[in-house]
Design a protein around this ligand. Structure first.
Ligand SMILES: Cc1cc2nc3c(=O)[nH]c(=O)nc-3n(C[C@H](O)[C@H](O)[C@H](O)COP(=O)(O)OP(=O)(O)OC[C@H]3O[C@@H](n4cnc5c(N)ncnc54)[C@H](O)[C@@H]3O)c2cc1C
Ligand code: FES
Length: 438
């Protein structure tokens, strides 16, 4: 009964439902008991009516005291009703957020509802780009939040070529900026990802980002404001200057919904006309985090969420650890492969030297040897085309079911695969036989 009532958010409706339930239960029970007694029919009716009234009063009071279930439970139930493979979405709005970041608003082409998602999750897109031999798959964090969304928003940075290298600029992000317009249709997979904030936790959440790493943080901050508005949230963000700073006004606008929401912007190279738009100069680092938080609470009183450039994350992760923040209270997501280390490292690997690999769906079997690279590279060598995006164990696009055997990771991937599944872009066979659901 409490469970049913808990799913009714309106207190009046809750009380009324509980009163009806109480009255029915008391009437049936009393009628049953008195029916066995030797009382007159009229007396039985009077007793049953009084019991019914009593039940209604007790029920309505009880209904008033039942706590409604947290919205997250309802949200996660909705999430389970999502789609499974690719679903076409239409871009209905495209909006520049900064010099290099543009938002794309997507609605499903079939007009049906879309599932909720956990703040911090991403969407996987498939783009048909003319010069590319196969569809390009990329993952983008959901940069907005609503308990019951009717659209998804992605905010994408145009990736230029690295300054010191003669290589082409980013394929998907430039295509999105240059060729995706209102009305364009993009196939998407359902929201996914494990870099998520548990909204109902009581302790402070410290959201630290730089550049386009701001995208999952907005979703997290909005989710807390909507569902656990008294929870302290610190939003620390670094940008080069105001022209590179996306969502500058949108983030403080969350504050009225959460009285414990603190925003701190730090610019590394502010322009004169940025005055008043940021709080400090330099890079977002552990010293800043400590200086802002120390008067209020100690290193292990909060949860930390990090998203940004690889060097920013490396520095904050080691700085927070030195400060005494337990590892399990630091969550992070990287959008790109970590920068290669100066000296090549030969990782300790548990991989077998040779193994029989069965690609169950494609009906192919081949012998892998230690020179064949990852299972993804090996599958491609065999003429297969499994989906992939980051090829670095981050985005989960290559995740597939391991039907038999075991695989070895040279380095623990930052994306954690679901139970019974593996990331083939960063794994090799560990046992003499491996069967994959490809
Ligand atoms: C979980 C997750 C969430 C993400 N969320 C977001 C988000 O919210 N917003 C966002 O903007 N991005 C996000 N990303 C990153 C995004 O998925 C893409 O990786 C990004 O847009 C770059 O893709 P691209 O196709 O444009 O670039 P790519 O074509 O993949 O190129 C990437 C970079 O490599 C360079 N390059 C090209 N060829 C070479 C070469 N031969 N050697 C060396 N370098 C080369 C390119 O110039 C470019 O700078 C996310 C990533 C992950 C894993
Ligand atoms: S392709 Fe991204 S995790 Fe494998």
């Amino acid at each position: 009964m409490a469970d049913i009532l808990g799913r009714t958010p309106n207190p009046l409706l809750r009380s009324l439902s509980a009163a009806i339930m109480g009255a029915s239960a008391a009437t049936i029970l009393t009628g049953g008991i008195l029916g066995l007694s030797k009382l007159e029919k009229q007396q039985v009716n009077q007793w049953a009516m009084s019991a019914g009234l009593g039940g209604a009063v007790v029920g309505s009071v009880f209904g008033g005291f039942v706590k409604p279930q947290p919205v997250t439970k309802q949200a996660s139930q909705k999430q389970e009703k999502g789609w499974t493979d690719w679903r076409d979405f239409v871009v209905f709005r495209k909006e520049a957020e900064s010099q290099e970041i543009t938002s794309f608003y997507l609605k499903p082409q079939d007009g049906k509802p879309i599932p909720s998602f956990k703040p911090g999750q991403f969407l996987t897109l498939k783009l048909d780009i003319p010069e590319q031999s196969r569809p390009v798959i990329r993952t983008y964090s959901l940069s907005d939040y609503a308990v019951t969304p009717d659209y998804y928003r992605l905010s994408i940075k145009r990736e230029g070529a690295p300054q010191d290298q003669a290589v082409p600029p980013g394929i998907a992000s430039n295509f999105m900026h240059d060729h995706i317009q209102e009305g364009s249709v993009i196939p998407c997979k359902p929201p996914n990802g494990k870099f998520v904030l548990d909204v109902q936790q009581p302790h402070p959440a410290v959201l630290i980002s730089n550049g386009v790493g701001i995208t999952p943080m907005i979703s997290m901050a909005k989710a807390v404001a909507a569902q656990n508005p008294d929870r302290p949230v610190w939003f620390l963000h670094g940008a080069r200057d105001g022209s590179y700073h996306a969502f500058r006004e949108a983030v403080p606008a969350i504050a009225p919904e959460n009285p414990n929401f603190t925003v701190h912007y730090r610019y590394s190279r502010p322009r004169p006309d940025d005055d008043g738009g940021y709080q400090s100069t330099g890079y977002v680092d552990t010293a800043l985090v400590k200086s802002l938080l120390t008067p209020k609470f100690g290193p292990n009183d909060a949860e930390y969420f990090l998203c940004g450039s690889p060097s920013f994350m490396d520095s904050l992760r080691s700085g927070l650890a030195e400060w005494g923040v337990p590892n399990e209270q630091v969550y992070f997501e990287s959008f790109s492969k970590p920068v290669a280390k100066a000296a090549p490292v030969t990782p300790e690997s548990d991989a077998a030297q040779t193994a029989e690999i069965v690609f169950a769906k494609s009906g192919k079997t081949a012998t892998w040897s230690e020179f064949d690279g990852t299972l993804l590279e090996f599958a491609e060598e065999q003429g297969l085309s499994p989906d992939y995006s980051c090829r670095a164990g981050i985005c989960l696009t290559c995740m597939c079911r391991l039907e038999e055997g075991e695989v070895a990771y040279d380095e623990e991937p930052s994306g954690s695969p679901d139970e019974g599944k593996v990331l083939i872009c960063v794994s090799k066979p560990k046992t003499a036989k491996v069967v994959l659901d490809i």
